[in-house]
Design a binder for this molecule. Structure first.
Ligand code: ADP
Ligand code: ZN
Length: 299
């Protein structure tokens, strides 16, 4: 079964279909809303109806939404069946298709239900990006920039020197390798893998408070600017401006602050943030509520 969405050009589907036997296509409505228990159940019903077996193969063909949903189906259908991911967005190529996180949303909570399930293969064909709308194209590359900040100065400099478009394959490979190296140390996200959340605590709050206005990467871009050391922040902001990902709408920091306090469990130690002062050297800090407010106001 190929799981895809109705925005993905048919030509990609046809290409995959031509290489497989007995293909069933399941096409979902594009967008985050489709990562739901009801869409999940529809797919399970169809799999049962066609007598899909554990040894049959689920192929995700699309962006992060399709990958997360199809991966969750593959992880759970008859306790797990074969799974290959073919990401077609920059975001899914450099980030969500790597590392095995699969999930659905529930009760308006993103990824409320999920697990870890590694695909047999991730197949990346950069030519699929030709049809990806430019805003989504840039959006995903923010996660590659994040990977550069976390662990690859050459990758960071491809962005800083405005060479990333001409070196797209290198950008994707380098970003994946940063993530791969981190995930392999902590597959189940108990400690070091959390550095991949750089910019995400504040970014997720910005995304959630401005749902129609911002994409995930755009919110993370802004979220990162609160947690980088001064020199790195200046450089990163220059990159974001050049990429046109420098979101300049007025942030209601009081609203962001309230969201974070509601969203995150505040432990005795405070709220955990990831900071980077020097490329390749992320570290954790715990801030109390007052310190968080100052960080948000200070930006
Ligand atoms: P992401 O991977 O960025 O998390 P989505 O899975 O929501 O996000 O995909 C973003 C949008 O781009 C969706 O509307 C999806 O249908 C569309 N899309 C994905 N890949 C392509 C592509 N290669 N060409 C055109 N549109 C695409
Ligand atoms: Zn992200």
């Amino acid at each position: 079964m190929i799981i895809t969405d109705s925005n993905i050009p048919l030509i990609y589907q046809e290409k995959v279909k031509a290489k497989a036997k007995n293909v069933t296509i399941h096409s979902i409505v594009p967008g985050e809303k489709s990562k739901s228990l009801s869409v999940y159940e529809n797919i399970i019903s169809q799999l049962l109806a066609i007598k899909f077996s554990k040894t049959d193969l689920i192929i995700a063909l699309g962006g992060g939404v399709v990958g997360d949903l199809a991966g969750f189906v593959a992880a759970t259908y008859k306790r797990g069946c074969r799974f290959i991911n073919i990401p077609t967005t920059t975001l899914s190529m450099v980030d969500s298709s790597i590392g095995g996180k699969v999930a659905l949303n529930s009760n308006n909570v993103k990824n409320a239900v999920g697990t870890f399930y590694q695909p047999e293969k991730v197949l990346i064909d950069l030519s699929t990006l030709k049809t990806l709308p430019n805003r989504h194209f840039k959006n995903g590359l923010i996660e590659a920039l994040k990977a550069g900040i976390l662990g690859d100065e050459i990758l960071f400099n491809l962005f800083y020197n405005d060479q990333y478009l001409g070196a797209l394959e290198e950008v994707v490979i380098r970003a994946i390798n940063v993530k791969k190296k981190i995930v392999e140390q902590d597959v189940y996200d108990n400690n070091i893998r959390q550095v991949l959340n750089l910019g995400h605590t504040i970014g997720h709050a910005i995304e959630s408070c401005n749902l129609d206005k911002v994409l995930h990467g755009e919110a993370v871009a802004l979220g990162m600017s609160y947690v980088l050391g001064e020199a790195l922040k200046v450089k990163t902001k220059k990159i974001l401006r050049a990429m046109n990902s420098d979101l300049n709408f007025a942030i209601n920091w009081q609203e962001i602050y309230n969201f974070i306090l509601n969203d995150k469990k505040v432990s005795d130690q405070g709220i955990k943030l990831i900071k980077v002062d020097k490329i390749g050297q992320p570290y954790f800090v715990f801030v109390n509520e007052e310190e968080l407010l100052n960080i948000l106001k200070g930006e």
